[in-house]
Design a protein around this ligand. Structure first.
Ligand code: HDE
Length: 682
């Protein structure tokens, strides 16, 4: 069926359900909320044309009151987010591991809603900040909603939920001056890190390129915690969830990310929205790592510790299905803002582990929705409703919509035949995994959680040379913004435990001595952690094509070749309108140099042309030099090659020139590579 979001239903059960709530106001009369047609909407009711407004003006009062109450509290974390609808399909039955119904039948498509987010920034903050990204998926299954509320980083800063308020207070803008917005580069964050050393591993990820994704479509997702799969024989496996982007995992460079925040603070949502509108549906494969219950203690990390990952080389990721995001929301507030995720929303076959971070989250999410969405009935909001029926004896509360019929609202009862009645496991009733637990009530942490550095070192060891360099630069930037020299010193000492090379690398740049002792003896690395080893594809990459009148006829051939490979050329020139080639061919200009910044493109193509003035030359040089300094692929033909040479840029390391038959192929290969780190940038 159709994917048209403008009024048509695309055929999945969630979409059909949402359709009942959609309203089109176009071509209708204006009414009050009571349905009364309004005859005038520009002038309030007054005692005389120049007199005071009358309180009996119900229309004015209703309109203003509603407006006064339009805002709800933003999420305490993950306030800045963007979402889309889609579908999930499993590749093969996971019956051996879990009885979750949506993981059984490859012919079943389960509707999903995914909200991506930054963590620290406010609702209106910029999107390409250095931060973890939320990756929260709601599966609307036949057995109820299952929420996989993950991040794009597989570990977390703390090991126990009781520290979350402290961590969030430390990373948010400082309370005395409310600065800086959406950034960890300040004293309280780094003070927290130095004094809570379990954060070491996650900080490595946060300082790496992972924290500045190129696109929400090009980042991994992780459930972070260890969960349990339970099959219909009651047998359990520990499981970690992964989302693998079909386009590979790619990042921006830091200078570029900061500039984008100014040029287009909506960069990530625009990219997601436009991709879906263009039919370039973002795809993510679902992977699981499985550890048998009886192997719980056979690893050099505790499976319950959320600051540890399971190296993919030791515990392979089994790819089990695919999610496709194919529909933008109709209304951001109604859907994206009001969606309420909760890691405790599970279905039979999926259960929790005793990870103390997860355990605390199981409390926090419902609690936060109560204030954010104003009461206990947020599950009735259209975006949050399960697609299966729900029946219980919960009643009333603000905004209740369901009209529960009948006399009985309690269990057990005889007046309604003791219904609604609990379901047996055979009937789909959820049964918690019967893990045996015993212990003293203590406020303590297991000894097995105490190694904070080995995996941080493994992460460092796994990075390529440019990735390591970026991490050193990130530490240098962030600590360069930290005013307390004492905090800086503590961080150098702390990260010397991860790697002396790392600590010495940034110590020097922040005016401190390289550490003398410490260092790490860990030599393990995990190639899967390096983005160098990710998938590389040209599809959906944006190429800024700089062209002017009188361009060579070869240009149209090259543009067609790019489009055939799924590359998206956008034309940039001195002014909007049409540019004519030497052979009379015409191209429509998409951007001038004012609106088409180099940081907004993956690659630059200098297509040439003869109608050049000084302004055009200056703008082109600035543009291409900036793209070059961000290691982007650059192509140039005809006059474009001369523009390149006059900018002082030579062929090599992702700079493709000399036209000819194989130019398009060479350029597309360079585009697929994403960035060209071998380039000497001065
Ligand atoms: Fe969250 N987190 N979190 N978190 N989290 C929230 O819930 C919390 C954690 C994550 O797009 C809040 O509705 C605690 C880890 C995402 O709507 C809140 C702890 C991971 C989102 C909350 C954590 C996440 C949230 C704020 C430590 C990755 C956005 C608003 C125990 C696995 C979901 C809200 C969306 C949102 C609490 C740690 C992911 C306050 C107490 C680890 C993706 O309930």
């Amino acid at each position: 069926m159709s994917n048209d979001r403008h009024g048509k239903v695309n055929g999945n059960s969630k979409d059909e359900q949402l359709e009942q709530y959609r309203v089109d106001d176009k071509d209708k009369h204006l009414t009050t909320n009571q349905g009364l047609k309004v005859s005038e909407d520009e002038f309030s009711l007054k005692a005389g044309e120049r007199g005071p407004t009358l309180i009996e003006d119900f229309h004015f009062r209703e309109k203003m009151t509603h407006f006064d109450h339009e805002r709800i509290p933003e999420r305490i974390v993950h306030a800045r987010g963007y979402a889309a609808h889609g579908e999930f399909e499993v590749y093969e039955s996971m019956k051996d591991y879990t009885m979750a119904k949506f993981l059984q039948d490859p012919s079943v498509k389960t509707p999903v809603f995914v909200r991506f987010s930054t963590v620290a920034g406010s609702k209106g903050s910029a999107e390409t900040v250095r931060d973890a990204r939320g990756f929260a998926t709601k599966f609307y299954t036949e057995e109820g909603n299952y929420d996989l509320v993950g991040n794009n980083i597989p570990v977390f800063f703390i090991q126990d939920a009781i520290k979350f308020p402290d961590f969030v207070h430390a990373v948010k803008p400082e309370p005395h001056n409310e600065m800086p917005q959406a950034a960890s580069a300040h004293d309280t964050f780094w003070d927290f890190v130095a004094n809570n050393q379990e954060s070491a591993h996650m900080v490595m990820w946060a300082m790496s390129d992972r924290a500045i994704p190129r696109s929400l479509r090009m980042m991994e997702g992780f459930g972070v915690h260890t969960f349990r799969f339970v099959n219909d024989e009651g047998k359990a496996h520990f499981v970690k969830f992964h989302w693998k982007p079909v386009l590979g995992t790619h990042s921006l460079v830091w200078d570029e990310a900061q500039k984008i925040n100014g040029k287009d603070p909506d960069f990530h949502r625009r990219d997601l929205y436009e991709s879906i509108e263009n039919g370039d549906y973002p795809e993510f494969e679902l992977g699981v790592q499985l550890i048998k219950q009886e192997d719980e203690f056979n690893f050099d990390f505790d499976v319950l510790d959320p600051t540890k990952l399971w190296p993919e080389e030791d515990v392979p990721v089994k790819i089990i299905g695919k999610m496709t995001l194919n529909r933008n929301v109709d209304n951001v507030f109604a859907e994206t803002e009001q969606v309420a995720f909760h890691p405790g929303s599970v279905v039979p076959g999926i259960d929790f582990s005793n990870d103390p971070l997860l355990q605390g989250r199981l409390f926090s999410y419902t609690d936060t929705q109560l204030i954010r969405l104003g009461g206990p009935n947020f599950h009735e909001l259209p975006i949050n409703r399960p697609v299966c029926p729900f029946h219980n004896n919960q009643r009333d509360g603000y905004g209740r919509q369901t009209i529960n019929r009948g006399q009985v609202s309690y269990h057990k009862n005889s007046l309604a035949n003791n219904t609604p009645a609990p379901a047996s496991p055979e009937e789909g009733g959820y049964v918690h995994y019967q893990e045996k637990v015993e212990g003293h009530k203590v406020r303590a942490r297991s000894e097995s959680f105490k190694d904070h550095f080995s995996q941080a070192t493994m992460f460092w060891n796994s990075m390529s040379r440019p990735e390591k360099e970026h991490i050193i630069q990130a530490f240098s930037f962030e600590l360069g913004k930290v005013e307390s020299v004492d905090v800086r010193k503590q961080i150098v000492a702390m990260f010397a435990n991860v790697s002396k090379e790392l600590a010495a690398g940034f110590a020097e740049q922040i005016g401190l001595e390289a550490p003398e002792d410490a260092g790490s003896t860990v030599s393990k690395s995990s190639p899967a952690l390096s983005q160098e080893n990710t998938k590389k594809k040209p599809q959906t990459r944006k190429v800024g094509v700089i062209v002017t009148g009188g361009f060579n006829s070869e240009v149209s051939v090259i543009l067609n070749a790019l489009k055939e490979e799924g590359v998206q050329p956008e034309i940039i020139s001195g002014k909007l309108g049409v540019v004519k080639g030497a052979d009379g061919a015409e191209v429509e200009v998409d951007h001038t140099f004012l609106t088409g910044e180099s940081v907004l493109f993956d690659s630059i193509f200098l297509a040439g042309g003869t109608e050049v003035d000084k302004k055009f030359t200056n703008e082109t040089q600035y543009f291409v030099k900036e793209a070059f300094s961000h290691f982007k692929p650059i192509g140039a033909v005809h006059e474009g090659s001369e523009w390149l040479a006059s900018a002082g840029i030579e062929e090599g390391a992702g700079v493709v020139t000399n036209g000819g038959d194989d130019f398009s192929r060479r350029f597309i290969t360079a585009i697929s590579e994403h960035r060209h780190w071998d380039r000497e940038v001065v």
